[in-house]
Each structure stands twice: as structure tokens, then as C-alpha cells.
Design a protein around this ligand. Structure first.
Ligand code: ATP
Length: 562
């Protein structure tokens, strides 16, 4: 039930995104292209705001972070050195029945989303075998939904096997997964799990590794000698340019390099709207720190997380911080930033990867997860990567990546903490978080349903709507245009004079515009001089309206959107 509600909610969100120009399928007139999305007029503004806020908070508001903008295509050896050529792979299986490709490690997740998976889970709650409803389903809807499933192809044989199991207590499936496996395979000797194809229930091939990097050729000739890759992450350019930035920026360790840009991954199964796309944008920071031995040498002792009583108030970096504290600091910093753009802490979760889940070079990784309608999933990963990347590039290129620390009078390869966020996933989280349905009065005061996008004013695509009460009164229109021109150099304004005022408010509520300014006859001084040059300022969320002097609009609004 909850799953259906979540699916319906996502459908409403996707439809609003299309209708209001937030997100469209790429190349839609040609049927779209799986895993690629375009941002419409409102989406483009939202995305620019998010990237600008990230950049400002890290690069402009700090002395210890500097920016970089590197190319998408780099020397192919970069990806050899980083390990991407050899290990940036996902396990992939093909269905022998419908021939579709699936990411083997996502089969159960996908299956739970499929109508046939959901139907069987409902017919056999908790994986408990229910003969009659299964028989009916296999003779009816199942034929269309899961044609490859053994239950459909060989109904009698599968039911006979389950009946035999039912006669021997303890051998029947106990969980939905076990039941699905039983229904999918006919071989009674099978002891291992046989996972059914999530699309049709058919048999899947054993997994093969599939490299996620998009390949291309540089230059007019297509040959193995000029193969290049579209970058699968922005981070590597930061490592590769580490020395140049160090020499030209006058930064001293600890310091960071930040970059925003496109990344490409040939995902096996793009899904959940823009959540897993094949082309997306990342906002990555590589924050270089001293190795703990150097901190110990300079500060006497290294502060570790355990010394800090649960890491209280990690807002001011200290010279004695070791990598653990820096790592936790960046986790906190990033969560504080998400809060500052309107994602409440309660909508986020920290997932500390278990030692056995860590990549071989990572000392610790925390995923910041957002509670999407389709599940709690990763928004950003913050990894303590030691000196792995710089050392790899040093080894492969033969160029030193060492830093001479004047204070410590020592040379070393800096260690790194990497907060790596996806712009598109964040945009999706902001949209899901903002989406609200409630009731609002129409022009006659009757309550009617409205969709309101409660974007934080900082990220809202349009900051203020400007409305003359009537469009056929030139003096109202003149004044409204003057207000628009006053505000426009400082914030994004949408001028709207079409239709009843309630309808215009509703349109801006759906666009997530936090403020509305209406110019009426009071503004012209028709009801007395005390109201002349005042307007109504409407708040999207409370729908409260107050009279504000035109001169006071900017001082009122600007602090709320910056
Ligand atoms: P996942 O496990 O979800 O595939 P990941 O751990 O491989 O993600 P990273 O390599 O850590 O992701 O990339 C950093 C960030 O880039 C992710 O937290 C996410 O926000 C974003 N990202 C990664 N892959 C995609 C994708 N296919 N589509 C959209 N954003 C992505």
C-alpha cells in the first residue's frame, strides 16, 4: 500500500515537472533516450541556483578552498591510473527469455517495483505459498506480466513441486525472495538461488562485469590508439591539476579544490526519474590535509573522533585535527549546507559504510541519504581517501605530487577528504521535498486543492511574482512594470497580468515562487494617501498578505534569498 502511494506520488511529481517546465525527457519528440533528461525554464533556474550556492559557500565564503573547471575528456591514462579502466564496473546479466539487460545487484530492488513482483507479493504475503490465487494469476494476468516465469510456462510442474514441499513441513519458501526463486526455476535439484528476470520472470545469465565509462575516439580516425573516455566523475581532474593549482593559488595544506561539471556513466539500468541518469552533474570537493604523522609532529598529538566527545561543534578547524575529525567535520558541514537550502535534517540520514563495504583505498565513507518517495538513497558520498589518488598519479605519470610543508619542514603526498555530491539527485530531492498538496481559497473564497512547491527562497527558480490587479487599467500596469524593473536587477521576477488574481497566485505556487507582489488601487493612492506606493506582499506558504512600501521590498526580500 505504502509502495503504491510512493509510486503514485512519484508519478504526480514527474508529471508536475513536465507540466511546469522543471524537467523533460531528453529528445522527447523522438521517443526520448533512456537515462537522459533536460531541464526546462524553471529547472534550469533551480539548477543554477543550487550550483551557485554550493560554489559560493565553498569557494567564495572560505579562504581555504579554490575552484577549478577542467575538461570532460582527459588523457586516457588518467583513467588507467585512477583504476576506472580496470574496476569501474557493474555486474550485468541478460535474461535468456526477454533478452533485457539488468544490473545483477539490483534485481531484487527492480523486482519489487514490477507489477508482477508486486502482484505475487500480494497473493502470497510474506512469501507464504497460496496455491489457489497463484494458479488463478498464472492462468490470467500473469501470462501478460511475467511470461518468462516458470510458473507461467510450466504451471503444473511448478505447483506440483510446491505441493510436494507443502507436504514436507519446513521446506516451503519462507520469504518473498525464496518464493520468487521457487516460482522461477523448475530444476528441483537447484539448491542455490536462481534470480528471476525482473521484467518477465525468465532465467538470467550469470553476471558479467560491464565498464560504465562511455568511450569515444579523439580525432578523425577510429582506432584503439586514440580511445578516450567521457569522465565518469569530476574528481580526477582535481588530482591531475593538483600541482598547478598549488603553485598558482598560494594555498597551503590544509586546503581544497572544488569543481562542478558534467559526468557520464553508462548505467545498466537508469531509473527512478533523474536519480540514476547516464549524463549528470557533480559538485566535488577534494580537501587536502596533512597526514596524521605530520599533524602529530606539529601539534604534539593528533585529535581523533573519540577524543572529541561525539564530535561536538565541529565548526572551527583546528591544527591538531587528524583525518577522522576532518572527515566528520565535512560530513557536518555538508549536512549544514543541505539544511541551509531547505532540506530538513530529518529528511537526511548518515550512512557510515561498514569496514567490509569500503573501497580498498578508503579509510571511511559516509553516504548522506535523502528519504526519496522511492526509498532512502544516496545524495552525496564523503570519503576519506588517504593519499591513494595523488600517489597513483605520481606513480603513473612519474611527476611528483609531493608538497613541501614549510611549517613541518617535510615533504609528503597530502591525504584527502572528498565530499562528492550529485547536482541532479539534489534537484530531485529538493523537488520531492517541496512538493505539497493542500487547499487554498479561490477568488470567491471557496477552498480548492492546490499544488504548492515549497522551495526554500534561496533555491526557488523565481523569487517574486509581480501582478497588476487588472491588466486593462494602464495606471496599474505602469506601476506594476515599475515595480518589476525595480526588483529585476536583484532577483528573478515573473510578471503576470493574465487572468484572475487567485489563478495567478496558484500558478506561482506551483512554480514554487515564495513571494507575490500585487499592485492595486491602494498603491495608486485612490483609497487615501497613507497607502500610496504600498503593495501587498503575499507569502506562498502561509498565504498571508501584508501591506509593504515599495521602497521596503528589496530590503525585506534580499536577505531571505541570499
Ligand atoms: P550509486 O551507488 O548510487 O551508483 P556512487 O556511490 O557510485 O552512487 P559516487 O561515485 O560516489 O556515486 O558519485 C558521487 C555522487 O554523484 C553520488 O552521490 C550521486 O549524487 C552522483 N551520482 C553518481 N552516479 C549518478 C547517476 N548515475 N545519476 C545521477 N547522479 C549520480
Amino acid at each position: 500500500m505504502a509502495e503504491r502511494k510512493a509510486t503514485e506520488l512519484m508519478e504526480r511529481i514527474v508529471s508536475l515537472c513536465k507540466r511546469r517546465g522543471l524537467i523533460y525527457p531528453s529528445s522527447e519528440i523522438y521517443g526520448g533516450i533512456n537515462g537522459f533528461w533536460d531541464y526546462g525554464p524553471l529547472g534550469a533556474e533551480l539548477k543554477r541556483n543550487v550550483k551557485e550556492l554550493w560554489w559560493r559557500s565553498l569557494v567564495h565564503h572560505r579562504d581555504d578552498v579554490t575552484g577549478l573547471e577542467a575538461t570532460i575528456i582527459m588523457h586516457p591514462t588518467v583513467w588507467k591510473a585512477s583504476g576506472h579502466v580496470d574496476t569501474f564496473t557493474d555486474p550485468m546479466s541478460t535474461c535468456r527469455h526477454c533478452k533485457k539487460l539488468v544490473r545483477t545487484d539490483q534485481v531484487w530492488e527492480l523486482l519489487a517495483e514490477q507489477p508482477w513482483g508486486q502482484a505475487i507479493a500480494k497473493l502470497c504475503p510474506g512469501g507464504q505459498y497460496q496455491r489457489q490465487p497463484l494458479w488463478q494469476w498464472a492462468r490470467g494476468k500473469g501470462i501478460r506480466l511475467a511470461p518468462g516465469l516458470a510458473l507461467i510456462c510450466n504451471l503444473d510442474a511448478v505447483l506440483a513441486r510446491l505441493d510436494a514441499k507443502a507436504a514436507q513441513p519446513g521446506t516451503l519458501p519462507q520469504t518473498p525472495e525464496q518464493l520468487f526463486c521457487e516460482l522461477a526455476t523448475l530444476d528441483p535439484a537447484t539448491t542455490g538461488q536462481v534470480t528471476p528476470c525482473p521484467h518477465c520472470g525468465g532465467e538470467l545469465t550469470p553476471p558479467r562485469r560491464f565498464n560504465l565509462m562511455f568511450k569515444t575516439n579523439v580525432g578523425p580516425v577510429e582506432s584503439d590508439d586514440n580511445v578516450a573516455y567521457l569522465r565518469p566523475e569530476t574528481a580526477q581532474a582535481i588530482f591531475v591539476q593538483f600541482k598547478n593549482v598549488l603553485e598558482t593559488s598560494r594555498q597551503r595544506v590544509p586546503f581544497g579544490i572544488a569543481q562542478i561539471g558534467k559526468a557520464f556513466r553508462n548505467e545498466v539500468t537508469p531509473r527512478n526519474f533523474t536519480f540514476r541518469s547516464r549524463e549528470f552533474e557533480q559538485m566535488e570537493l577534494e580537501f587536502f590535509i596533512r597526514p596524521d604523522e605530520v599533524v602529530a609532529q606539529l601539534a604534539g598529538a593528533v585529535a581523533r573522533l573519540a577524543d572529541l566527545n561525539g564530535a561536538a561543534n565541529l565548526t572551527q578547524p583546528q591544527p591538531n585535527w587528524g583525518w577522522e575529525v576532518w572527515h566528520k567535520y565535512w560530513v557536518e558541514e555538508r549536512i549544514r549546507w543541505y539544511e541551509s537550502i531547505g532540506l530538513p535534517r530529518t529528511s537526511l540520514e548518515e550512512y557510515w559504510q561498514k569496514p567490509e563495504e569500503l573501497a580498498h583505498y578508503a579509510k571511511a565513507t559516509v553516504d548522506i541519504l535523502y528519504k526519496f518517495p522511492f526509498g532512502t538513497q544516496e545524495l552525496e558520498g564523503i570519503a576519506a581517501r588517504g593519499d591513494f589518488d595523488l600517489t597513483q598519479h605520481q606513480k603513473t605519470s612519474g611527476k611528483s605530487m609531493e608538497y613541501f610543508d614549510e611549517e613541518a619542514k617535510a615533504k609528503y603526498v597530502p591525504h584527502v577528504i572528498e565530499p562528492s555530491a550529485g547536482v541532479d539527485r539534489l534537484i530531485l530531492a529538493l523537488i520531492c521535498n517541496a512538493y505539497t498538496e493542500d487547499l487554498a481559497p479561490d477568488d470567491k473564497g471557496k477552498l480548492e486543492p492546490r499544488i504548492v512547491m515549497r522551495f526554500h527562497p534561496r533555491v526557488a527558480p523565481i523569487k517574486v511574482g509581480v501582478f497588476p490587479l487588472l491588466k486593462n487599467r494602464p495606471e496599474l500596469v505602469r506601476k506594476a512594470l515599475a515595480v518589476r524593473d525595480l526588483l529585476r536587477p536583484h532577483l528573478t521576477v515573473f510578471y503576470d497580468d493574465a487572468g484572475a488574481i487567485g489563478r495567478r497566485y496558484r500558478r506561482q505556487d506551483e512554480a514554487g515562487t515564495p513571494f507575490g507582489v500585487t499592485i492595486d488601487f491602494d498603491t495608486l493612492g485612490e483609497q487615501g494617501p497613507e497607502l500610496q506606493d504600498t503593495v501587498t506582499l503575499r507569502d506562498r506558504d502561509t498565504m498571508k498578505q501584508e501591506r509593504v512600501k515599495i521602497d521596503e521590498l528589496l530590503p525585506r526580500l534580499l536577505p531571505l534569498i541570499r
